[in-house]
Design a protein around this ligand. Structure first.
Ligand SMILES: [Zn+2]
Length: 90
């Protein structure tokens, strides 16, 4: 934990353009975080994102299965439709 040298408020880690900065919410003071601390912060963020991604992917997979199932049904309908069209022409 680091504090603002100007006003003494807690510096909040903010990721920007692949770098981690420590930003003071009170006065706007900003400094680049040391690499060690930066990695620590990024590691935490990545774990959090990973969990969220897994949840999103789980939902997507279920939706994908549903869509594929619907596609099969549509395909069957379409084939039946084509068959009836053909028989009408005859
Ligand atoms: Zn400050």
């Amino acid at each position: 934990m680091e504090f603002c040298p100007k006003c003494g408020s807690l510096l909040v880690p903010v990721s920007s353009e692949g770098k981690t900065y420590l930003v003071c919410r009170k006065c706007g003071y900003k400094k680049e975080a040391s690499s060690k601390k930066g990695y620590m912060v990024r590691g935490e963020v990545t774990e959090d994102k990973k969990e969220k991604l897994l949840v999103v992917e789980g939902i997507r997979n279920r939706e994908k299965e549903k869509i594929e199932e619907e596609r099969e049904i549509i395909k069957e309908y379409y084939e039946v439709f084509l068959e009836s069209m053909e028989s009408e022409e005859e």
